[in-house]
Design a protein around this ligand. Structure first.
Ligand code: HEC
Length: 115
């Protein structure tokens, strides 16, 4: 009887600690992804939303399509002026993560609401 009264708060503290460190890991990971995506922003626009219509937006594209295009740039199968060099700087895992990130964004840039 007395045991369970003592054990309960300890369990609560442990599960709190576990969820805290999980949240930190997720935050660190999403920061890393944003950093990778930011290196595409110079040409493809912030968060992959192309401004001015020069390049196709990356945001909202299909993940598998993005991976395919990047790999085709890497192998030289897809014509490029610059992406064939750039794509070589990323591992398969990085390309997968970056592609998933852009694919997770809405294709149309959300408009900031001014009340
Ligand atoms: C220095 C400018 C520059 C940067 C930085 C850049 N790109 Fe590109 N990207 C281009 C250009 C230019 C093209 C058109 C193909 C070409 O000429 O290389 C292109 C094309 C693409 C395409 C094909 C678009 C389509 O749907 O047809 C994808 C996908 C792409 N880039 C992904 C990326 C990703 C992911 C990053 C960041 C890791 C990135 N690019 C960074 C310039 C850039």
């Amino acid at each position: 009887m007395t045991h369970s009264i003592i054990r309960q708060p300890i369990l609560v503290i442990f599960s709190l600690l576990a969820s805290l460190s999980f949240a930190t890991a997720v935050n660190a990971q999403s920061l890393q992804i944003k950093q990778w995506a930011a290196s595409c922003a110079a040409c493809h626009g912030t968060d992959g939303y192309s401004e001015g219509g020069g390049l196709v937006s990356l945001a909202g594209q299909n993940k598998d399509e993005l991976i395919k295009k990047m790999n085709e740039y890497k192998t030289g199968k897809r014509e490029a002026t610059i992406m064939h060099q750039l794509s070589k700087g990323y591992t398969d895992e990085q390309i997968e993560i970056i592609s998933a990130y852009f694919a997770s964004l809405p294709a149309v840039k959300p408009v900031a609401k001014t009340k």
